[in-house]
Design a protein around this ligand. Structure first.
Ligand code: GCB
Length: 880
């Protein structure tokens, strides 16, 4: 007994020693996220904590644009006496986008760019009494700072963690572009042995020269040292040094891979040669892996072929803008891993340090890029900013084993300048090419161990003509056949074309995707309807094409999650809906499809289970409504049961099995079985009577979208909307007219304009044009009727949908429309002019009560005074 106790004591002492030793690493880092005040220029002062953005709300309102200007953050800094004689730094992980840091009113540093870390030495400005930090951040448009335009929101603010770093006068350099000051490479790795090179940059800001030892130790995951090296050097006063250490032959290294992301730790210390005290210490991850891209065979990791499959990611989150807390950042990478992904395209800019740390830990390979998107400015300042960002990105993320690629341009020929002046345009092209070449050469110089990547959109001829496919080591293509243009089947043709015409250039599909609004469903999915069902079909075609072609090194879905893009309108204004997850990170059916394609373990999931509240009209003469249900799986066969009764065993086609399910009113229990696997879903069904006379299906309420084949689920208000139908005797429907088809030859589904005054734009974006009557042959009773209108033609409009994401609205040709509405013969609204009375693209809701008598039902008549009457949606509720 006694023995055990003293053993415990010994262990405790050992732990205590380790702990105090760790604290005595010479440096201290303390979060400075709390206690800030914030104000917009001339705005009121408020208390905030970091991460913070000033655009979280104004990017979502109906007014175009968002605050792009100055924001001022202030905070007191209380330093204890032991901070004197130390070096004090502020570490900013990301501030958007032009920043000046002042200490006690004096400018300490400036930084350009929203997406990289910067470290500000502030020792010389401190009084150690009542120090004040002021951060002036500005997210105004600046033609010399990328990104200039892009399909994402340029949130302003101090939106990533801020901390205080206190070091001794001798320390690992804090002036190496925000990096750790220690750079690790593995020039040779095999399963038998590996070499590790460590370059440490050290500073001595003291007034004495100092003899130090640099001790680098590699630890395995058990905390055991597997190799160590010590170098002695004398640091002259006020001087720095860069030293290289070469650890030869780490024997039988555990390799890093997506299946087994084994991470070593490299701890580098500066030790006082005389006192043996630790003056400074940093820790870095180390993964042993080697890789190559092959134009015929794709990508190889540790000599094994690996298809790089995954997604791109933006850094913002539902209602938070870019001020995303740490836990949610980590969660994204966990979701990517759980999807079966092995690759993350960190797009379109470097992200929070946690992202690559989590990729290292979970075994996700990655590329990172700077935000040079759509277009460039032909100025020296723009070029310099690009080169600086590329340098910061590479230096700051140098030690992550997950990173295999540095990228530097995205769709740079999308926004073409000088289209009416060909000679001038040629000069512009030359500048773009020169900039690409400079960025590529710089990347090769800063890090020859990784690949370079330049990402193009699908204009094959243009990128080849300008010469951009010849510069990077890997070409990236963002392909949207079947979305912005063409049909999904064109995608495979493009892949084959690259392989044939650029046979020596490895490539990846760096983007592909289709908008999927989680609230929209359809049984006749078509392009631009934003239905989940269209997206499923689209991704199946793309996944099949990429997975069956070894020369395609990889494919990254656009995007892991929906994200903010202020200039977008469509069904969910200001949001890009191409995510496999919603902006609040709920999985869409497409996410389940990816699991079925990519996961190696057996997988079975009722995808349509997400759509667990449904409504539709009963099949003629029956007490059920038959609708398809989809299951995603990597098994060959599965059997579906409805309330315990088998609906048959079916074979998966492209990882999806579809059954026609006869849903009854109320709860329907679905279960699917394949071998040991099973999944369940309860679907709540509101059956609508085929005819109102059908006493077995009592009518309570219905919500109908006109001119639409889609279903819309308003989850907030629990309202289910269904497609319209032409009038049928004894039932309901429209008489006369046709669905709205868009204007100016723009290919859209209904209208793609932001409907003002509602969060439920899809209710208003389709309509029946030229409608004469809408009838409900309901029995006698008391009813509430609601009609919804919006004028879709006229007002401001965008030129074209495809990729057109700027605020370049144009006046649209107007269509005069005046009509009157009567209900059961009595006038309801006279001379309605939606545009003049309510404004263009504005939600108008008109509700009334109707007493149905004498078996007449409800007939709503639309009479044209000028132009064609319209109706966008209609609701009927039986009161009693
Ligand atoms: C692209 C862009 C990306 C957009 C995406 C889209 O090609 O690279 O920034 O968000 O298309 O959804 O249109």
């Amino acid at each position: 007994m006694l023995k055990a106790k003293s053993l415990l004591l010994l262990v405790t002492i050992a732990l205590a020693t380790v702990a105090s030793y760790a604290q005595d690493a010479g440096r201290k880092t303390i979060s400075l996220n709390d206690q800030w005040t914030f104000q917009k220029e001339n705005g009121p002062v408020e208390k905030v904590s970091i991460p913070h953005t000033w655009n979280d709300k104004d990017v979502l309102d109906d007014t175009p644009g968002y605050y792009r200007g100055l924001g001022i953050y202030k905070r007191k800094l209380k330093l204890s006496d032991d901070a004197k004689n130390k070096n004090i730094f502020l570490v900013f992980n990301g501030v958007a986008q032009e920043t000046e840091v002042l200490v006690n009113g004096k400018s300490a540093a400036k930084h350009i760019g929203s997406y990289t870390r910067f470290i500000v030495p502030i020792t010389e400005f401190l009084n150690y009494k009542d120090d004040e930090i002021e951060v002036r951040a500005n997210n105004r448009f600046n033609e010399d700072i990328p990104p200039l335009t892009a399909d994402f929101t340029f949130f302003g603010g101090m939106y990533r963690n801020v901390s205080l770093l206190i070091t001794n006068p001798v320390h690992f350099s804090q002036s190496e572009q925000g990096s750790a000051g220690v750079f690790i490479t593995t020039p040779q790795v095999s399963a038998a042995s590996a070499n590790v090179k460590i370059n440490s940059v050290i500073e001595n800001t003291s007034a004495q020269s100092k003899k130090v030892h640099i001790v680098t130790t590699i630890y395995n995951t058990n905390g055991q040292s597997v190799a160590t090296q010590t170098s002695a050097l004398t640091l002259n006063k006020g001087n720095g040094a860069s030293i290289n250490q070469d650890i030869k032959s780490v024997k039988n290294p555990e390799l890093w891979s997506p299946e087994s992301p084994y991470l070593y730790r490299v701890i580098t210390k500066i030790i006082d040669a005389k006192t043996k005290a630790v003056i400074d210490q940093v820790s870095n991850p180390l993964g042993f892996r080697w890789f190559k891209f092959d134009a015929d065979k794709g990508f190889f990791l540790n000599d094994k072929p690996v298809k790089l499959m995954g997604a791109s990611r933006h850094q913002d989150y539902e209602n938070l803008g870019n001020a995303t807390p740490d836990a949610l950042q980590v969660k994204d990478i966990e979701l990517l891993k759980a999807m079966g992904g092995n690759y993350l395209r960190v797009a379109h800019y470097p992200q929070d340090p946690l992202i690559l740390e989590t990729c290292d830990r979970l075994g996700i390979l990655a590329s990172v890029e700077i935000p040079v998107v759509n277009t460039i400015t032909e100025s020296q300042a723009f070029t310099n900013n690009c080169l600086n960002m590329q340098t910061e990105m590479i230096r700051q993320n140098f030690n992550h084993p997950s990173v295999i690629i540095w990228a530097y341009m995205n769709e740079i020929l999308l926004r073409l300048k000088f289209s009416n002046d060909k000679p001038r345009q040629q000069i512009y092209f030359d500048h773009v090419r020169e900039l690409a070449q400079k960025l590529d050469s710089l990347t090769g110089k800063l890090d020859p161990s990784r690949y370079t990547l330049l990402v193009n959109h699908g204009s094959w001829d243009l990128y080849n003509k300008v010469g951009l496919t010849k510069i990077p080591m890997i070409v990236g293509w963002n392909l949207y056949s079947g979305w912005y243009s063409g049909v999904p089947a064109d995608f495979a043709k493009f892949l084959d074309r690259h392989h044939k015409e650029l046979p020596n250039t490895p490539f990846m599909v760096t983007e592909y995707g289709a908008d999927a609004d989680p609230r929209i469903r359809s049984f006749s999915p078509i392009r631009f309807d934003k239905s989940i069902e269209y997206a499923i079909q689209f991704h199946q075609v793309y996944l099949n094409a990429m997975l069956s072609r070894p020369f395609v090194a990889g494919g990254m879905a656009w995007n892991l999650a929906d994200f903010n893009s202020e200039t977008r309108e469509e069904t969910m204004p200001h949001i890009n809906n191409k995510g496999l997850l919603t902006i609040g990170r709920q999985p869409k059916d497409t996410y389940f499809l990816y699991q079925a394609y990519l996961l190696k373990k057996p997988y079975l999931k009722i995808t349509s289970a997400q759509w667990n509240d449904r409504t539709s009209v009963a099949d003629s003469g029956l007490l059920v409504s038959t609708q398809p249900v989809q299951v995603a799986t990597n098994q060959k066969l599965a059997e579906l049961f409805l309330n315990g009764k088998s609906l048959g065993t079916k074979e998966a086609v492209d990882h999806i099995i579809t059954w026609q399910v006869p849903f009854a009113n109320g709860k329907n229990q679905l279960s699917v079985v394949s071998g040991e696997l099973n999944d369940q879903a309860d679907i709540n069904f509101q059956l609508q009577p085929f005819t109102f006379a059908d006493s077995q299906i009592p009518f309570t309420n219905m919500n109908v979208l006109l001119g639409a084949k889609r279903f819309y689920i308003n989850e907030k208000e629990h309202t289910l909307w269904m497609p319209d139908q032409p009038y049928r005797k004894g039932a309901w429907g429209w008489i006369g007219g046709e669905p709205y088809k868009g204007t100016n030859n723009r290919i859209t589904y209904g209208s793609d304009k932001n409907i003002l005054g509602t969060d439920h734009d899809p209710i208003y974006q389709t309509q029946q044009v030229g409608i004469k009557q809408f009838k409900f042959d309901v029995p006698n009773g008391e009813y509430e009727l609601t009609m919804h209108f919006a004028e879709l033609v006229g007002g401001e409009t965008k030129e074209a949908l495809a990729y057109n994401l700027d605020n370049n609205h144009k006046k649209e040709v107007e269509e005069k429309r005046i009509f009157s509405i009567a209900i059961n013969g009595s006038s309801f609204m006279e001379n309605v002019n939606l545009a003049a009375d309510f404004g263009y693209t504005t939600a108008v809701e008109k509700k009334t009560r109707i007493t149905v008598q004498n078996g007449k039902g409800i007939a709503i008549d639309f009479t044209a005074i000028e132009g064609k009457p319209v109706l966008n949606a209609i609701q009927l509720r039986k009161v009693y």
